[in-house]
Design a protein around this ligand. Structure first.
Ligand SMILES: *Cc1c(COP(=O)(O)O)cnc(C)c1O
Length: 344
């Protein structure tokens, strides 16, 4: 099977498992796990923040980040396809009384906002009449947008608008690594524009589990309390942090291979069906495909019969995601098969 459903399907490599097996550990609820402490400090430093918090999932890291910025009963704004509004099971409303309004990104690149998308929605100084905007959220790269990248210039403009309005900013950087590798913009340059940032080690970075939230020391101290409240206080989880530390040292630059492989896959598909993929907006490791009249579910089943697993992002839209478990030849082969199915 060539599994391109997601970059979450990666398994730890032999070397990563070795790093996990020999990791120094302690009780992290007591703050005594050296591997977790190192991972939190290194991730914070990398993103230009004071402190970090290791979380069992990206969803939890997003929750804790958003909750540290948005009081109960206030709102956060985000793109209509953002992970925080679509894929976190309503956690922000269900568990912390936060409302969300969404914009439709109009830059022409799927999922990528123009500053006016945000300024059109901001609600400030409206008194006891409308819900006041406390924060906005940006996803970079944008998952359901197809791994697309927010230009750093746009992010700087948004930062300035939010600074003037007293509006906080959260970055869902589950795949910020991919944006960094594709553009050469340092992680810190992205990270330091935001008040809170979450990054995933369990996607393209190839670790089995784990995300880190970074922010000011004070916000992270509060988030640590919330994490325990959610049941996310882990003990000798340094075994997991060791995998993330290994990824920091060995798996960032290699994301360029995933991006090149996504292009190989996409070229094979478009050789068969030129209109299936918007190649202009293929930026990282996520390839979104238009299935035309075909139902995505039917194409997925037919591809699985031929040894290729892909996933669905709409009734007639498919997605393939490259990652460290798949090489260039497999991507060409998978692209050829999916292209045949879309052409038939
Ligand atoms: C995967 C992902 C997350 C976190 O997901 P978990 O499954 O909770 O780790 C957050 N944001 C985006 C954009 C993602 O793709």
């Amino acid at each position: 099977m060539i599994d391109l459903r997601s970059d979450t399907v990666t398994r730890p490599t032999a070397q990563m498992r070795q790093a996990m097996a020999t990791a120094p550990v302690g009780d992290d609820v007591y703050g005594e796990d050296p591997s977790i402490n190192e991972l939190e400090a290194r991730t914070a430093e990398l993103l230009g923040h004071e402190a970090g918090l290791f979380c069992p999932s990206g969803s939890m890291a997003n929750m804790l980040g958003v909750w540290s910025l948005v009081p109960v009963g206030r709102e956060i704004l985000c793109d209509r396809r953002a992970h925080i509004v679509r894929a976190e099971m309503g956690a922000h409303a269900a568990l912390n009384g936060i409302t969300m309004r969404t914009w439709t990104s109009s830059s022409g690149t799927p999922g990528i906002a123009r500053t006016s998308d945000i300024t059109d929605l901001l609600e400030l100084g409206c008194g006891p009449y409308l819900v006041e905007t406390a924060a906005i959220e940006i996803e970079n790269t944008h998952n359901f947008g197809g791994g697309t990248i927010h230009p750093i210039e746009t992010l700087r403009e948004i930062r300035e608008i939010c600074r003037q309005g007293g509006v906080a900013m959260h970055l869902d950087g589950a795949r910020l690594w991919n944006a960094h590798v594709a553009t050469g913009v340092p992680m810190r340059e992205y990270g330091s524009l935001f008040d809170t940032v979450s990054v995933c080690y369990s996607k393209g970075m190839g670790a089995p589990v784990g995300s880190v939230l970074v922010s000011s020391a004070q916000r992270i101290a509060e988030a640590r309390v919330q994490r325990k409240r959610l049941g996310g206080g882990m003990r000798q989880a340094g075994i997991l942090a060791a995998a993330a530390l290994y990824a920091l040292d060995h798996h960032i630059d290699r994301l360029a291979d995933d991006h090149a492989n996504a292009r190989l896959f996409a070229e094979q598909v478009t050789a068969a069906v030129p209109a299936a993929i918007d190649l202009e907006h293929l930026a990282t490791n996520i390839v979104v495909m238009d299935a035309g009249e075909r139902l995505a579910a039917d194409v997925i089943a037919a591809a699985a019969d031929r040894g290729v697993r892909i996933s669905k992002v709409g009734a007639h839209q498919l997605r393939a995601v490259t990652h460290l478990g798949i090489d260039a030849d497999q991507c060409r082969e998978a692209g050829r098969i999916v292209g045949e199915l879309l052409a038939s």
